[in-house]
Design a binder for this molecule. Structure first.
Ligand SMILES: Cc1cc2nc3c(=O)[nH]c(=O)nc-3n(C[C@H](O)[C@H](O)[C@H](O)COP(=O)(O)O)c2cc1C
Length: 332
């Protein structure tokens, strides 16, 4: 893999990306991630076009961007081509360094809205949205996809969509090599990445079950042809992972980092939403420890943030035994 990925004059260096994750990759989390650094860019969580039009982009916890966050790519969840001009105009106010179209999400409510993996299946609507986006945005434009439906000839629509992305002037594609219906079950099919990359001249970013450099080293030949790597759940479990990937050894004080996240969330979110954001983060963070379910349960059952802070301080302040490699299976 090259040491950087450059698209339309924007250099992503290293070509390591934090995945878009709904409810997780808001500005407070990106701020925590940036304290450690080591990534090329972070994706926002998917942002609904309709919602974006009514949001104050400079204060919204999901959209706002602090300078230290570095390069932030805004992921759109959009289903109606007619909405593109207004959404692109709204986003232009904050000069995004990149825009990504979600063509991957398998969640039933996203599919019912005609977005995510449902949009991937509707070629004409997809083409209209991409064309309209390309007309209005001159920076890096990308799409995130899965493998599509698990049918005999699944390769045919996938190859067709990759060609469509090229024809519409996209700059890169992220592939999460699971079928739509698999959600996060089974494992990501890293062994397909080489072939998928050979089907397109677009740089391919690989997403799914990348736990750290060890994943790549174990099966380097699967990743030979990819231009970038995307980490999702592991980046939430260990926000210092990108820095560690670079060979730096960031100081990890588990309690201090958890408290810092709480403070960042409290600064960005209305008080009634802070506990929910801390719970979501803690479900991942707890995977660092052998008895992490204690922390996980405390977070799920805490009535308020003060109670959770007390319980987390008790757990994290007592040198909990870490696991050597956190397990992200069943985290969704
Ligand atoms: C809680 C959660 C929220 C997610 N939200 C999004 C999203 O908003 N947009 C998207 O394209 N993918 C989303 N994903 C999928 C991730 O971007 C990623 O492709 C997937 O988690 C596999 O990568 P990982 O094994 O590194 O986590 C989400 C995944 C999780 C676990």
């Amino acid at each position: 893999m090259n040491p950087f990925l450059e698209i339309r004059g924007v250099r992503f260096s290293p070509p390591l990306f934090c995945a878009p994750m709904a409810g997780l990759t808001h500005s407070a989390f990106r701020r925590l991630l940036s304290d450690f650094g080591g990534y090329g860019a972070v994706f926002t969580e998917m942002l609904s076009g309709t919602w974006l039009l009514n949001e104050n982009l400079r204060t919204s916890p999901a959209v706002k961007r602090r300078p230290q966050e570095g390069l932030v790519i805004y992921q759109l969840m959009i289903s109606d081509p007619a909405q593109v001009p207004a959404v692109a105009g709204q986003l232009a106010r904050i000069s995004p360094c990149g825009i990504d179209l979600n063509c991957a999400c398998p969640a039933p409510h996203i599919r019912a809205a005609g977005a995510g993996s449902e949009l991937f299946e509707d070629r004409d609507r997809l083409a209209a949205i991409l064309t309209a986006l390309r007309e209005r945005f001159t920076g890096p434009l990308t799409a995130k996809i899965r493998l599509g439906k698990p049918q005999d000839n699944w390769q045919t629509p996938l190859r067709d969509r990759l060609r469509l992305f090229e024809d519409c002037g996209l700059d890169a594609v992220t592939v999460h090599p699971r079928f739509t219906s698999e959600k996060l079950r089974r494992r990501a099919r890293h062994e397909l990445l080489g072939e998928l990359a050979s089907w397109t001249r677009l740089p391919l970013i690989a997403s799914g079950d990348i736990l750290g450099p060890q994943t790549i080293h174990a099966r380097a030949h699967h990743f030979d042809a990819v231009a970038g790597l995307m980490l999702g759940r592991m980046a939430v479990v260990q926000p210092w992972l990108f820095a560690a990937w670079e060979g730096r050894k960031p100081a990890v004080d588990y309690l201090e980092i958890w408290l810092r996240y709480c403070q960042y969330a409290a600064e960005d979110f209305e008080p009634q939403y802070v506990l929910g954001r801390v719970r979501a983060f803690t479900a991942y963070y707890a995977r660092n420890f052998m008895f992490g379910h204690t922390l996980f349960s405390a977070a799920q059952s805490a009535r308020d943030l003060a109670t959770l802070r007390e319980q987390a301080t008790e757990f994290l302040g007592n040198s909990p035994a870490p696991v050597s490699t956190p397990c992200i299976d069943s985290l969704a």
